[in-house]
Design a protein around this ligand. Structure first.
Ligand code: ZN
Length: 436
């Protein structure tokens, strides 16, 4: 029973020709039936890639604003997921029943890329993604494992440690799906019940939903003795878009799920190997088809063959466009800048919050990190390290428009979370003129 998409094509050329053919027919379906595209007089019946590339982009803001207009074929609706967003208005994602097969094939490939043999009857998955509420990752992963006939347990991070541990010992999962921040909490709990987490003999741990920092990856690997695979995807596009293979060099894309474009600020395609914004067009989910959705994520894309032997192109995450902090004087700090500093301190988890205030006309930045240890000295060292971010250094010492950063260390799991994910990474209080 191999339904692998990774193994379907012998060459990249064959894969691309399948993708282009599928793209044109899928996009034509969307243009014909999608209320959003019909209302805006998009052209109909495009013939080739050239005509496709003349279609306009749409943004996350439009998706949020005209949410219901993306519901295209209600009769094939499988499930509805939602994200709350900061404004309170829920943003709905309509998942069609054609996605079920796409998860089965996609997660099958995801497991094989990580060296898990799908024919092995001893496979058992453990899903620590949130299952309840309206989050998409848990239910989609569970459905995929069901389709692959792989048993799965969904312990959840709130599980009683002894109970969770005894279940794991009995059922013996060999791979885990998790969010890095909540996995820390889970690992701490389970660790209390055994001499060594390695006793569970987990082979692969899949990390999604949040950035996986190098120090967190190393820590998980070391504690569980398992290989850690990062994955990327989005509830908006209703799918996983890429996962790592054993080489851990970029994400192999899921070419069956979406058509990938990387564009510059003007919307023009960048050259192979260059960075740009990822634009996705769905190739499945007729219930909510997306045409040229600007993800705001900056990726590098390359078709260069991978050492693992897969011909599937790869993408490398660089940064997220809207998570950046704009300091007075238009200097920018990207989350990746902070992540780099964080990865130098093994005490820190990947979770932090940045509060920006205005203090006497200057920007005052407070970084709150979750840390295994709290001390004034560590706070001081991290603050020093943060000034290595070049834009911050310039603003503090040359332009003198930003104050020396303040670092506060709090115990793990102290920052406010929503369904396991950090609620607000950046809290900008400058407009309110807050002072202390
Ligand atoms: Zn590879």
């Amino acid at each position: 029973m191999t339904r692998s998409f990774d193994k379907k094509f012998k060459s990249l050329k064959e894969l691309k020709s399948w993708q282009e053919k599928t793209l044109i027919s899928f996009v034509n379906y969307a243009l014909e039936n999608g209320p959003f595209y019909k209302k805006r007089n998009y052209p109909k019946n495009i013939k080739d890639i050239k005509e496709f590339k003349k279609l306009p982009f749409f943004s996350g803001d439009e998706y949020k604003k005209y949410n219901e207009e993306f519901l295209t074929n209600p009769s094939s609706l499988w499930r509805v997921f939602a994200t709350s967003g900061t404004t309170g208005k829920p943003k709905l994602s309509f998942y069609g029943d054609d996605l079920i097969e796409s998860y089965v094939i996609g997660i099958g490939d995801m497991l094989e890329r990580a060296g898990i043999n799908l024919e092995d009857k001893n496979n058992v998955g453990c899903i620590l993604f949130p299952m309840g509420g309206l989050t998409g990752s848990g239910p989609s992963t569970a459905r995929a494992l069901e389709g692959l006939k792989i048993p799965a347990i969904t312990l959840g991070i709130d599980v009683n440690p002894e109970f969770g541990s005894s279940i794991m010992k009995k059922i013996k999962p060999n791979f885990i799906f998790m969010y890095p921040s909540t996995f820390n909490v889970f690992s701490d709990k389970i660790e209390k019940t055994v001499d060594d987490l390695k006793e569970f003999k987990i082979k692969a741990i899949f990390s999604g939903g949040e950035p996986l920092l190098p120090n967190i990856r190393a820590n998980i690997k070391e504690r569980w003795g398992a290989d850690v695979f990062n994955l990327t995807g989005s509830v908006d596009i209703s799918n996983f878009t890429g996962t790592e293979c054993k080489e851990h060099d970029g994400f192999h894309i899921f070419a069956r799920n979406a058509y990938f474009e990387i564009v510059d600020d003007n919307g023009n395609a960048v050259k192979d190997g260059e960075e740009g914004e990822l634009v996705l067009t769905s190739l499945v989910n007729k219930t909510m088809p997306f045409i040229r959705y600007r993800t705001k994520d900056i990726f590098k894309y390359s078709e260069e063959p991978c050492k693992c032997g897969l011909i599937t192109p790869r993408i490398w995450f660089k940064k997220r466009k809207d998570d950046l902090i704009i300091l007075s004087g238009a200097a920018k700090i990207f989350p990746q800048d902070v992540a780099q500093i964080v990865s130098k301190f093994s005490e820190l988890t990947s979770d932090y919050q940045i509060k920006i205030e205005n203090f006497g006309g200057k920007d005052k930045l407070t970084f709150i990190f979750e840390s295994r240890q709290q001390s004034k000295e560590l706070e001081k060292n991290i603050a020093e390290a943060l000034t290595e971010i070049s834009s911050l250094y310039r603003k503090i010492y040359t332009d003198k428009t930003v104050l020396f950063p303040i670092v506060k260390l709090v115990p793990i799991n102290q920052l406010e979370r929503n369904r396991g994910k950090l609620k607000n990474r950046i809290v900008d209080l400058r407009e309110k003129g807050t002072t202390e």
